[in-house]
Design a protein around this ligand. Structure first.
Ligand code: ADP
Ligand code: MG
Length: 682
C-alpha cells in the first residue's frame, strides 16, 4: 500500500534541502512526521477579567491609555517605559522593557490590547506584546510548537500549512468506525487540522480527546499483544507440589493471612503451577506483609524441588530478610543463605559450592546475586524486593540465571495505577490493599524547625517509656557528602542533649557495611536509643520498638519517600509518631506536608505525588521506563488511559481484532511494532 505521507518533507512546497536538514535534526523526516508534530500548547489571547487572574500569570487585557508614557534609558540598549492604563475598573501600571518604539504609540485615550505578566500585588503588567486597538478574534489562539536549531515557529507553521494543502486527503483513518462512534471521536484528518489551525478552544479540546485516545490505544494494544505473546510462548516451569503441604505451612504461621494476602498468594501460586512463566508485580504498602507472601511462594517452589532467590537493594535489608525468612522457613527444613559482598574467602566459596549442588534452597542477597560466579542448581523463582531500585538490565540478568524461572517483583512504593499500567503494562499486577488487623495509625505532625526543642522534649518522653526514635537528616541533592555532614552535626547535637541517659547511634552511606551492621544491631538491641541517619535507613528496616520518626527538612522529600520513612515506625503494638520538620516555601511544599498529616494510605499518597511532581520524577530520573507520549498526559488523561487499556485488552483477546477488515490498520501497527515477535518495546 503506497502511503504518500511517508514521502520526505522535501516534497512539501517551501521546503528546500536546507530546511529539510533542519527538520530532520528535529526528527521530522516524512510528511507524516510533520503533520503529526502537534503544538504543545496554545497561547491564549482571550481577554480576561483581571479579578480572576492569579499573581504572575500571563494575561491579555484591553484598556485605554490613561497617562503620558514615562521613559528611562539605561545605556544604549536598555530602556523602560511605563504608563497607566485603565482596564475595566483597574487603573494599572503597564511596563515595557526594551521596547522604546512603543512610546510614540501610547497616546492618551487610545485603545490598546496588552499581553504580559500580571503582578497582582503591585497592580503592574509587564507587557511582552502590544496591539493597538481591538485584538482580532483570529488571534485568540496561537499554536506553539517545539522547535530546534534553525527552524522557527513561523517557518514550521508555514510548512505545516503547505503540507496540509498538498496532502490533506492522504491522511488515513486508523480507528475503526465502531470505536469512533462509541466515543464520538473526530476523524483523523479533521483532528490534525484542528490541532494545527484551531479556531477556538473547543476545537482543540475535541481534537485532543481523539488523539489522546488514539495514542493510548495504540500503546496499550502493543503492550497487551506483548503480554499475550509472552504468556503463550514462554516456556516456564509448571511447579508441582502437594497443596496440603503448603496449606500446612500457611496454617503454621504465627498469624492468619489477611484477605488481601490470601488473594495474592492464590494469584502467585496459580502462576507457579501454570506452564507460563510468571512475570508479576506485587504491590503492597509498607507493613502490608509482603515478606510472608514471598516466603510462601519460595516454600512452594522448594516443595517442587527448585531453588529460589530473593534480591534486595541494600545489605541491611538483605540481612533482615535473611532473619525473617530463616525464622519462617528453617523450622520446615528449608536451608536459607545470605550472599552479600561481605561474605568473603572460604565462606563464600563454600556457599557458592553448596548453591551449585542444591544444598541451599533459598539465597538472599544484594546485586551480588547476579554476578557470574553465582550458579544455582535449579533456580525456579526469583523475587526482587523494591524492584524499582534495580535497573532493567539487572532484572534481566537475574531472570536469565535459571532456565526460565518465574519472576515476582515486589514494591512497597505504591505505584499509581496510571504508571503501573504504562511502565509495567506487560506484567500482571497483584495488590495487597489491606493492612493486618489492629495496626494503629501513625500520628503525623508537621512543625517548623524552630520547634525543635519541643520535639526533643517529645522524644525524651517516649524514651522514658522505653521506646526508641529515628531522626532522619536532610537530604541534600547531589551531594552525599553534605548529607553525611548533616547527619554528623545532628548526631553531635543530640548526643549532647541526651547524655548521659541515652545513647545516640549514627548511620550514613559512608560507613562500611560492617559498621552499618554494627550500628543497626545496636539499635535493634535497644543499646542505642536514638538512631540518626541519612536515608540509607529508608527501605524495609524493621525495629518494632521504635515509635518516633523525626524527619528534618521534610519538604525536600517526595511523598512516597516520606511515606517509606514513616513506615519504619508503627511496626509494634505501641502508638507511633512521625514528626515532619519543615519550613516549605512553595504552596506545593505546604500541600505535601499537609497531606502527610492527613493520610497513612500509600496509594493515596502516590497518586498525589504523581500529581504534584509529574510522571518523570516519580521513579527518579534514571530508570523511569516510562514511554513518551506525543500528546497524551498520563496524569491528566488517566481516564482515557483506563478506557484505552480496557479496550486494548478486549480487542487483543477477540477474534474480530485479528480477522476483521475494520481493524486492519490497528492490527498492522501492532504487528509492525514487533510486539508479537516478543521484542521489548521501548
Ligand atoms: P512489608 O510489606 O512492608 O514488607 P512485612 O512483610 O515486613 O511488611 O510485614 C510487616 C509486619 O507485619 C511483620 O512484622 C509481619 O510479621 C507482620 N505481618 C505480616 N502479615 C501479617 C498478618 N496477616 N497478620 C499479622 N501480622 C502480619
Ligand atoms: Mg518488606
Amino acid at each position: 500500500m503506497s502511503n504518500f505521507l511517508n514521502e520526505s518533507v522535501i516534497n512539501v512546497k517551501g521546503i528546500g534541502p536546507e530546511s529539510q536538514t533542519a527538520l530532520e535534526i528535529m526528527g521530522l523526516f516524512t510528511v507524516g512526521d510533520l503533520l503529526e508534530h502537534i503544538p504543545y500548547r496554545y497561547e491564549d489571547y482571550r481577554l480576561k477579567d483581571l479579578e480572576e487572574v492569579k499573581h504572575d500569570e500571563r494575561v491579555t487585557v484591553q484598556g485605554v491609555v490613561h497617562s503620558a508614557p514615562v521613559a528611562s534609558y539605561f545605556g544604549r540598549k536598555k530602556s523602560r517605559i511605563t504608563t497607566r492604563v485603565l482596564v475595566d475598573r483597574y487603573l494599572l501600571t503597564a511596563v515595557f522593557f526594551n521596547q522604546p518604539y512603543v512610546k510614540s504609540k501610547l497616546t492618551l485615550g487610545s485603545v490598546v490590547t496588552l499581553t504580559g505578566k500580571w503582578d497582582k500585588h503591585r497592580q503592574t503588567l509587564t507587557v511582552s506584546e502590544m496591539k493597538l486597538g481591538d485584538a482580532t478574534r483570529a488571534e485568540e489562539l496561537k499554536p506553539l510548537y517545539h522547535t530546534k536549531g534553525e527552524v522557527t515557529t513561523k517557518a514550521l507553521q508555514r510548512y505545516i500549512q503547505n503540507a496540509f494543502k498538498q496532502y490533506e486527503h492522504e491522511i488515513k483513518e486508523n480507528l475503526p468506525a465502531s470505536l469512533r462512534d462509541r466515543y464520538k471521536l473526530l476523524p483523523r484528518m479533521e483532528t490534525l487540522k484542528r490541532l494545527h489551525f484551531p479556531s477556538n478552544f473547543d476545537d482543540v479540546k475535541q481534537a485532543r480527546r481523539r488523539m489522546v485516545y488514539e495514542e493510548f490505544l495504540l500503546f496499550q494494544l502493543k503492550m497487551q499483544a506483548l503480554r499475550k505473546y509472552e504468556r503463550e510462548n514462554s516456556k516456564g516451569i509448571a511447579h508441582t507440589y502437594k497443596e496440603e503441604a503448603l496449606d500446612a505451612f500457611i496454617q503454621g504461621l504465627p498469624f492468619p493471612l489477611t484477605n488481601a494476602q490470601e488473594r495474592v498468594v492464590k494469584e502467585i501460586t496459580d502462576d507457579l503451577r501454570s506452564p507460563y512463566r510468571m512475570n508479576r508485580l506485587l504491590q503492597g504498602d509498607v507493613g502490608s506483609g509482603k515478606t510472608v507472601v514471598a516466603a510462601i511462594a519460595l516454600y512452594a517452589i522448594t516443595l517442587s524441588g527448585f531453588q529460589g532467590a530473593l534480591m534486595v537493594p541494600t545489605e541491611i535489608l538483605a540481612e533482615q530478610h535473611e532473619e525473617g525468612l530463616k525464622s519462617l522457613l528453617e523450622p520446615v527444613g528449608i536451608k536459607v543463605a545470605l550472599l552479600t559482598s561481605s561474605v568473603k574467602g572460604k565462606q563464600r566459596r563454600l556457599l557458592l559450592e553448596n548453591l551449585k549442588e542444591g544444598k541451599i534452597d533459598i539465597l538472599i542477597g544484594t546485586h551480588a546475586l547476579i554476578q557470574d560466579e553465582v550458579d544455582f542448581k535449579c533456580l525456579g523463582l526469583v523475587i526482587t524486593d523494591e524492584q524499582h531500585r534495580f535497573g532493567v538490565e539487572q532484572r534481566r540478568i537475574l531472570r536469565e540465571k535459571g532456565v526460565a524461572p518465574d519472576v515476582l517483583f515486589m514494591t512497597a512504593t505504591p505505584i499509581p495505577r496510571t504508571l503501573a499500567i504504562t511502565a509495567f503494562g506487560e506484567m500482571d499486577v497483584s495488590i495487597i490493599d489491606e493492612l493486618p488487623a489492629g495496626r494503629k495509625k501513625i500520628e503525623t505532625y508537621w512543625v517548623k524547625h524552630n520547634m525543635i526543642d519541643r520535639v526533643i522534649g517529645f522524644i525524651e518522653k517516649e524514651l522514658q517509656k522505653g521506646r526508641q526514635a529515628y531522626v532522619i537528616c536532610p537530604l541534600i541533592e547531589e551531594s552525599e557528602k553534605l548529607d553525611v555532614q548533616n547527619a554528623i552535626d545532628v548526631h553531635v547535637m543530640l548526643s549532647h542533649t541526651f547524655a548521659p541517659n541515652y545513647r545516640v547511634g549514627l548511620m550514613h552511606g559512608r560507613l562500611s557495611s560492617d559498621e552499618k551492621e554494627d550500628v543497626m544491631k545496636a539499635f535493634s538491641a535497644n543499646e542505642h536509643h536514638i538512631l540518626v541517619s541519612t536515608t540509607v535507613v529508608e527501605v524495609g528496616v524493621n525495629v518494632p520498638n521504635a515509635t518516633i520518626m523525626v524527619i528534618y527538612d521534610a519538604e525536600r522529600f517526595g511523598l512516597s519517600q516520606l511515606h517509606q520513612l514513616r513506615g519504619r515506625v508503627g511496626r509494634g503494638a505501641e502508638q507511633s509518631y512521625c514528626i515532619l520538620l519543615a519550613d516549605p516555601k512553595s504552596e506545593a511544599g505546604k500541600e505535601r506536608m499537609t497531606i502527610m498529616t492527613e493520610t497513612n494510605d500509600g496509594f493515596v499518597l502516590s497518586e498525589k505525588d504523581l500529581e504534584l511532581r509529574g510522571p518523570g520524577d516519580f521513579f527518579g530520573k534514571k530508570q523511569s521506563g516510562l514511554p513518551e507520549f506525543k500528546i497524551a498526559d498520563m496524569v491528566h488523561d488517566y481516564r482515557a488511559l483506563e478506557v484505552a487499556r480496557q479496550d486494548a485488552v478486549t480487542l487483543i483477546n477477540s477474534k474480530t481484532f485479528w480477522e476483521s477488515d475494520e481493524y486492519k490498520c490497528l492490527r498492522e501497527t501492532v504487528l509492525q511494532s514487533g510486539a508479537l515477535a516478543g521484542e521489548k518495546l521501548d
